[in-house]
Design a protein around this ligand. Sequence first.
Ligand SMILES: C[S@@+](CC[C@H](N)C(=O)[O-])C[C@H]1O[C@@H](n2cnc3c(N)ncnc32)[C@H](O)[C@@H]1O
Length: 220
Amino acid sequence: MRTSDNVEQVMPRYYAQRAAEYERVFDKPHRQPDIATLQAWLRKQFAGRRVLEVATGTGFWLPAATADATAWLGTDLNPEVLAVAQQKPLDFHKVRFQHADAYALAATVAPGGFDAAFAGLWFSHVPMSRRAAWLAQLHACLQPGARVVLMDNRYVAGDSTPITRHDDEGNGFQQRQLSDGSTHEVLKNFPTAAEFAALLGGRAFEFRELTYFWTLVYEV
Ligand SMILES: C[S@@+](CC[C@H](N)C(=O)[O-])C[C@H]1O[C@@H](n2cnc3c(N)ncnc32)[C@H](O)[C@@H]1O
Protein backbone atom coordinates (compact mmCIF):
# COMPACT_ATOMS: atom_id res chain seq x y z
CA MET A 1 0.00 0.00 0.00
CA ARG A 2 1.22 3.52 -0.79
CA THR A 3 2.08 5.73 2.19
CA SER A 4 -0.42 8.38 1.01
CA ASP A 5 -3.25 5.80 1.04
CA ASN A 6 -2.25 4.73 4.53
CA VAL A 7 -2.31 8.31 5.81
CA GLU A 8 -5.48 9.38 4.00
CA GLN A 9 -7.58 6.24 4.45
CA VAL A 10 -6.24 3.59 6.84
CA MET A 11 -5.16 5.94 9.64
CA PRO A 12 -8.36 8.05 9.82
CA ARG A 13 -10.52 4.89 9.64
CA TYR A 14 -8.48 3.30 12.43
CA TYR A 15 -9.09 6.28 14.75
CA ALA A 16 -12.81 6.41 13.89
CA GLN A 17 -13.08 2.73 14.80
CA ARG A 18 -11.01 3.28 17.95
CA ALA A 19 -13.01 6.26 19.26
CA ALA A 20 -14.77 4.45 22.13
CA GLU A 21 -11.59 2.77 23.38
CA TYR A 22 -9.01 5.45 22.46
CA GLU A 23 -8.46 6.86 25.94
CA ARG A 24 -7.42 3.50 27.42
CA VAL A 25 -3.92 4.44 26.28
CA PHE A 26 -3.92 7.16 28.94
CA ASP A 27 -4.67 4.66 31.73
CA LYS A 28 -1.17 3.16 31.77
CA PRO A 29 -0.09 3.66 35.42
CA HIS A 30 3.58 4.36 34.63
CA ARG A 31 2.62 7.26 32.33
CA GLN A 32 0.57 9.11 34.96
CA PRO A 33 3.39 11.40 36.20
CA ASP A 34 4.10 12.58 32.62
CA ILE A 35 0.39 13.04 31.90
CA ALA A 36 -0.12 15.13 35.04
CA THR A 37 2.93 17.25 34.16
CA LEU A 38 1.60 17.83 30.64
CA GLN A 39 -1.90 18.72 31.79
CA ALA A 40 -0.56 21.43 34.10
CA TRP A 41 1.84 22.64 31.40
CA LEU A 42 -0.83 22.79 28.67
CA ARG A 43 -3.08 24.87 30.89
CA LYS A 44 -0.32 27.50 31.17
CA GLN A 45 0.60 27.39 27.46
CA PHE A 46 -2.85 28.49 26.35
CA ALA A 47 -3.85 30.90 29.13
CA GLY A 48 -5.53 33.92 27.53
CA ARG A 49 -5.08 32.53 24.00
CA ARG A 50 -7.44 31.89 21.08
CA VAL A 51 -6.43 28.41 20.04
CA LEU A 52 -6.77 26.37 16.86
CA GLU A 53 -6.37 22.68 17.67
CA VAL A 54 -5.62 20.12 14.98
CA ALA A 55 -6.68 16.46 15.33
CA THR A 56 -8.53 16.98 18.59
CA GLY A 57 -9.64 13.37 18.80
CA THR A 58 -11.63 12.51 21.92
CA GLY A 59 -10.43 15.67 23.67
CA PHE A 60 -8.49 13.95 26.42
CA TRP A 61 -6.28 17.02 27.05
CA LEU A 62 -9.02 19.60 26.75
CA PRO A 63 -10.30 19.97 30.32
CA ALA A 64 -6.78 21.07 31.27
CA ALA A 65 -5.69 22.75 28.03
CA THR A 66 -8.83 24.88 27.59
CA ALA A 67 -9.23 25.85 31.27
CA ASP A 68 -7.63 29.29 30.99
CA ALA A 69 -7.85 29.77 27.21
CA THR A 70 -10.02 32.58 25.83
CA ALA A 71 -11.41 30.62 22.88
CA TRP A 72 -10.79 27.14 21.44
CA LEU A 73 -11.59 25.57 18.09
CA GLY A 74 -10.97 21.82 18.11
CA THR A 75 -10.86 20.18 14.67
CA ASP A 76 -10.70 16.59 13.52
CA LEU A 77 -11.54 14.61 10.40
CA ASN A 78 -13.63 12.06 12.30
CA PRO A 79 -17.08 12.86 13.73
CA GLU A 80 -16.80 9.68 15.86
CA VAL A 81 -14.00 11.15 17.99
CA LEU A 82 -15.48 14.65 18.20
CA ALA A 83 -18.70 13.08 19.55
CA VAL A 84 -16.63 11.76 22.48
CA ALA A 85 -14.97 15.17 22.95
CA GLN A 86 -18.43 16.80 23.14
CA GLN A 87 -19.09 14.78 26.30
CA LYS A 88 -16.11 16.25 28.15
CA PRO A 89 -16.65 18.72 31.01
CA LEU A 90 -15.75 21.84 29.01
CA ASP A 91 -16.92 25.45 28.89
CA PHE A 92 -18.84 25.31 25.62
CA HIS A 93 -19.20 29.10 25.63
CA LYS A 94 -15.58 29.22 24.48
CA VAL A 95 -14.88 25.69 23.15
CA ARG A 96 -16.19 24.72 19.70
CA PHE A 97 -15.56 21.74 17.46
CA GLN A 98 -15.47 21.54 13.69
CA HIS A 99 -14.73 18.82 11.18
CA ALA A 100 -11.56 19.63 9.27
CA ASP A 101 -8.86 17.82 7.38
CA ALA A 102 -5.54 18.66 9.03
CA TYR A 103 -3.94 18.81 5.57
CA ALA A 104 -6.50 21.30 4.23
CA LEU A 105 -7.16 23.59 7.17
CA ALA A 106 -7.67 26.70 5.05
CA ALA A 107 -10.64 25.03 3.37
CA THR A 108 -12.65 24.95 6.60
CA VAL A 109 -10.96 27.17 9.18
CA ALA A 110 -11.27 30.96 8.89
CA PRO A 111 -7.70 32.30 9.20
CA GLY A 112 -6.40 35.10 11.37
CA GLY A 113 -8.35 34.71 14.58
CA PHE A 114 -5.88 32.44 16.35
CA ASP A 115 -2.87 33.41 18.44
CA ALA A 116 -2.02 29.79 19.30
CA ALA A 117 -2.18 26.32 17.78
CA PHE A 118 -2.07 22.91 19.38
CA ALA A 119 -1.69 19.38 18.05
CA GLY A 120 -1.34 16.50 20.50
CA LEU A 121 -0.20 13.07 19.34
CA TRP A 122 -0.69 14.12 15.71
CA PHE A 123 2.70 15.11 14.30
CA SER A 124 3.93 11.52 14.68
CA HIS A 125 1.35 10.54 12.04
CA VAL A 126 2.49 13.13 9.46
CA PRO A 127 4.71 11.53 6.79
CA MET A 128 8.20 13.04 6.67
CA SER A 129 7.65 14.32 3.13
CA ARG A 130 4.56 16.27 4.24
CA ARG A 131 5.89 17.85 7.43
CA ALA A 132 7.02 21.18 5.96
CA ALA A 133 3.82 21.69 3.96
CA TRP A 134 1.67 20.71 6.93
CA LEU A 135 3.40 23.26 9.16
CA ALA A 136 3.21 25.97 6.46
CA GLN A 137 -0.56 25.65 6.05
CA LEU A 138 -1.01 25.59 9.84
CA HIS A 139 1.02 28.81 10.13
CA ALA A 140 -1.14 30.39 7.41
CA CYS A 141 -4.18 30.04 9.72
CA LEU A 142 -2.45 31.89 12.59
CA GLN A 143 -1.67 35.49 13.50
CA PRO A 144 1.95 36.66 13.31
CA GLY A 145 3.63 35.87 16.63
CA ALA A 146 1.20 33.04 17.43
CA ARG A 147 2.44 30.25 19.68
CA VAL A 148 2.58 26.73 18.23
CA VAL A 149 2.53 23.81 20.66
CA LEU A 150 3.09 20.25 19.48
CA MET A 151 3.24 17.28 21.78
CA ASP A 152 3.65 13.61 21.06
CA ASN A 153 5.00 10.21 22.07
CA ARG A 154 8.64 9.31 22.51
CA TYR A 155 9.66 5.82 21.47
CA VAL A 156 10.32 3.81 24.63
CA ALA A 157 11.56 0.27 23.98
CA GLY A 158 9.45 -2.30 25.76
CA ASP A 159 6.56 0.14 26.18
CA SER A 160 5.86 1.64 22.75
CA THR A 161 4.26 -0.47 20.02
CA PRO A 162 7.22 -1.72 17.94
CA ILE A 163 7.93 -0.35 14.48
CA THR A 164 7.56 -3.28 12.09
CA ARG A 165 8.73 -1.64 8.85
CA HIS A 166 9.92 1.59 7.25
CA ASP A 167 8.96 2.95 3.83
CA ASP A 168 11.36 4.47 1.30
CA GLU A 169 11.25 7.95 2.84
CA GLY A 170 11.93 6.62 6.36
CA ASN A 171 8.43 6.64 7.87
CA GLY A 172 7.86 3.94 10.47
CA PHE A 173 4.76 1.74 10.69
CA GLN A 174 3.15 -0.06 13.63
CA GLN A 175 0.68 -2.95 13.66
CA ARG A 176 -2.13 -2.01 16.00
CA GLN A 177 -5.01 -4.13 17.20
CA LEU A 178 -8.44 -3.01 18.40
CA SER A 179 -10.71 -4.83 20.87
CA ASP A 180 -12.84 -6.18 17.99
CA GLY A 181 -9.76 -8.12 16.82
CA SER A 182 -9.14 -5.94 13.75
CA THR A 183 -5.53 -5.02 12.93
CA HIS A 184 -4.39 -1.76 11.36
CA GLU A 185 -1.02 -0.66 10.05
CA VAL A 186 -0.46 2.92 11.22
CA LEU A 187 2.33 5.34 10.24
CA LYS A 188 4.10 6.54 13.37
CA ASN A 189 7.29 8.62 13.53
CA PHE A 190 9.39 9.81 16.45
CA PRO A 191 10.92 13.15 15.39
CA THR A 192 14.06 14.55 16.99
CA ALA A 193 15.14 18.06 17.99
CA ALA A 194 17.53 18.03 15.02
CA GLU A 195 14.67 17.30 12.63
CA PHE A 196 12.68 20.23 14.06
CA ALA A 197 15.71 22.51 13.80
CA ALA A 198 15.89 21.70 10.09
CA LEU A 199 12.14 22.07 9.59
CA LEU A 200 11.86 25.37 11.45
CA GLY A 201 14.76 26.90 9.54
CA GLY A 202 16.50 29.03 12.17
CA ARG A 203 13.37 29.86 14.19
CA ALA A 204 13.91 29.60 17.97
CA PHE A 205 12.10 26.67 19.55
CA GLU A 206 11.95 24.72 22.79
CA PHE A 207 12.00 20.92 22.49
CA ARG A 208 11.57 19.08 25.75
CA GLU A 209 11.64 15.35 26.44
CA LEU A 210 9.73 13.76 29.29
CA THR A 211 9.89 10.00 29.82
CA TYR A 212 7.08 9.05 27.42
CA PHE A 213 6.32 12.30 25.58
CA TRP A 214 8.07 15.21 23.88
CA THR A 215 6.85 18.80 23.61
CA LEU A 216 7.73 21.54 21.12
CA VAL A 217 6.95 25.26 21.43
CA TYR A 218 7.80 28.09 19.04
CA GLU A 219 6.33 31.29 17.64
CA VAL A 220 5.24 31.93 14.08
C1 LIG B 1 -3.52 9.97 18.00
S1 LIG B 1 -5.07 10.76 17.75
C2 LIG B 1 -4.76 12.25 18.65
C3 LIG B 1 -5.98 12.74 19.37
C4 LIG B 1 -5.74 13.84 20.41
N1 LIG B 1 -5.13 15.01 19.82
C5 LIG B 1 -4.92 13.36 21.58
O1 LIG B 1 -3.85 13.93 21.85
O2 LIG B 1 -5.36 12.42 22.24
C6 LIG B 1 -4.98 11.26 16.08
C7 LIG B 1 -6.24 11.96 15.59
O3 LIG B 1 -6.04 12.38 14.24
C8 LIG B 1 -7.29 12.34 13.60
N2 LIG B 1 -7.04 12.40 12.16
C9 LIG B 1 -6.57 11.44 11.33
N3 LIG B 1 -6.39 11.92 10.09
C10 LIG B 1 -6.76 13.22 10.13
C11 LIG B 1 -6.80 14.27 9.17
N4 LIG B 1 -6.40 14.09 7.90
N5 LIG B 1 -7.23 15.48 9.57
C12 LIG B 1 -7.65 15.71 10.84
N6 LIG B 1 -7.63 14.76 11.79
C13 LIG B 1 -7.19 13.53 11.44
C14 LIG B 1 -7.93 11.08 14.10
O4 LIG B 1 -9.33 11.09 13.95
C15 LIG B 1 -7.51 11.11 15.57
O5 LIG B 1 -8.49 11.73 16.35
